[in-house]
Design a protein around this ligand. Structure first.
Ligand SMILES: Nc1nc2c(ncn2[C@@H]2O[C@H](COP(=O)(O)OP(=O)(O)OP(=O)(O)O)[C@@H](O)[C@H]2O)c(=O)[nH]1
Ligand SMILES: [Mg+2]
Length: 435
């Protein structure tokens, strides 16, 4: 199992005023200096390589922000970028390469005195809190101040231990869709056929830098959806690491959510081994067990639940009935279904089972739609879905769609509420890290 360091770190470069410089030569010169320093350090990690590629793309593209770097602050920005590229690792600052870079920066720097510069280095690259207190009193441009704030935010975030959650279920219950709904973005491939074939570890970021990272044989800091949905066959590990800001109430939380392959695929027996293996070998702070509302309490389900019960011991588990939008309100009520599932879980041996009901698809649609142009047909689909969800929850009063006239945001936000995902996110936020 490999676990890429730094995946939880958001990028800062978008806020570097050098990107706003309309002078291409100025940007190129800054980038060349940066590369020159990095070459001298001779660091060879995959992370540094990915960062270098990313910086090249950003710096050599058209200016995206406004502003300019003050000449006297140039080496402070370079220091900040180098610290960021190394993941703010004090160890790299102390390495021979780090010392070489600091020597050059110190020599060329024209801002402040020797001590002030040293203090900045200690804060930005050494993560030293005392140094940060002093830096906060320095006279700096607004642009640099903002840059330093992002750095501090990343440092504080990466210092925290993540709350680790794993989503488990039999095939096609909607694990990947559910995780996409939590992230408010399509990070995991979801299909009506067995698809997830590896553990995907999805890490949250402290703020939205607009980037999705993926480590799947190649580490990329700007992974497109095609890349995310296409597993690299050269990766012989059983894991793929992804990270993104969560566009939901989990935004800014230090969390890792694992997507797991469904365990009962007769076509892919190794999926079961991968998932059983991780459940046996790793401890999670919370287990989220998903069930498909249209296929409840099957034999496969019973077998899997038995395995889970034996392996997770007393750790926190919640159960979620997914796809409630597919239920027929005339035949059944959510209240009864939740009651039946609770009885079933009690019979298997789970004490006081916590059961939620959700439509992961509705939640995901509600979160994606505001960013897309909604056609009349899609809006009808949302309206039907909303009506069904309210009906199944026992709320039979018909909706006056007039209130949604030209208000896509309102229908999306009502859909998210009706999907049932919000109390589940609260439950995740309230999980305490196991000591
Ligand atoms: N109607 C409805 N469909 C859903 C919902 N959630 C998931 N689906 C659909 O169910 C199918 C399977 O969803 P996935 O998210 O791929 O399920 P999975 O559990 O990750 O599947 P495997 O990785 O193959 O085990 C897809 O076609 C989804 O669009 C839901 O809440 N409502
Ligand atoms: Mg899946």
């Amino acid at each position: 199992m490999y676990h890429q360091k730094n995946m939880e770190m958001a990028q800062i470069i978008q806020a570097n005023p050098i990107l706003g410089s309309s002078e291409t030569t100025e940007r190129t010169e800054y980038f060349d200096t940066l590369m020159d320093y990095l070459r001298r350090a001779r660091w060879k990690s995959r992370w540094i390589r990915a960062e270098t590629d990313f910086y090249r793309n950003m710096m050599l593209a058209k200016g995206i922000s406004r502003g300019k770097i003050l000449p006297e602050e140039k080496y402070l920005f370079l220091l900040a970028d180098i610290a960021a590229i190394t993941g703010y690792q004090p160890k790299m600052m102390e390495s021979a390469g780090g010392r070489k870079i600091l020597y050059l920066l110190r020599k060329r720097n024209k801002w402040g005195g020797e001590n002030a510069f040293r203090c900045l280095v200690k804060a930005v690259w050494g993560r030293n809190d005392g140094a940060w207190n002093k830096v906060n009193k320095f006279q700096l441009s607004e642009g640099l101040r903002k840059y330093l704030e992002l750095i501090k935010c990343n440092q504080d975030f990466t210092q925290m231990n993540p709350v680790r959650v794993i989503v488990i279920a039999t095939m096609s219950a909607g694990k990947s869709t559910f995780i996409n709904a939590l992230a408010g973005s399509k990070l995991c491939w979801s299909q009506n056929m067995a698809c997830t074939s590896k553990i995907h570890v999805i890490t949250g970021k402290p703020y939205d830098d607009g980037l999705v990272y993926e480590d799947d044989h190649i580490l990329r800091l700007q992974a497109s959806q095609d890349i995310l949905f296409d597993d690299d066959e050269r990766n012989d590990e059983s894991e793929i690491a992804v990270s993104s800001y969560f566009h939901s109430t989990l935004g800014g939380q230090r969390i890792e959510i694992c997507d797991s392959p469904g365990v009962n695929s007769s076509l892919n027996v190794e999926h079961k081994n991968i998932t059983y293996d991780i459940i046996k070998k790793q401890k999670f702070d919370m287990y989220v067990y998903l069930m498909n509302a249209t296929q409840l309490m099957t034999d496969d389900e019973a077998e899997y639940l038995q395995f889970i019960k034996e392996n997770i011991k007393k750790r926190k588990i919640i159960f979620i009935i997914n796809k409630i939008d597919k239920l027929e309100a005339e035949n059944e009520t959510l209240h009864d279904i939740v009651g039946d599932v609770k009885k079933y879980l009690l019979a298997i041996g789970f004490k006081n089972p916590i059961v939620y009901a959700v439509s992961a698809e509705a939640a995901l649609l509600g979160r994606l739609m505001p960013y897309e142009k909604i056609t009349r047909r899609e809006r009808r689909k949302l309206e039907f879905m909303l009506t069904d969800l309210l009906a199944i929850a026992g709320n039979k009063s018909s909706i006056d769609y007039g209130i949604y006239e030209d208000d896509d945001i309102q229908i999306c936000s009502d859909l998210i509420k009706a999907s049932g995902i919000l109390p589940i996110e609260k439950e995740i936020i309230n999980v305490k890290k196991e000591r």
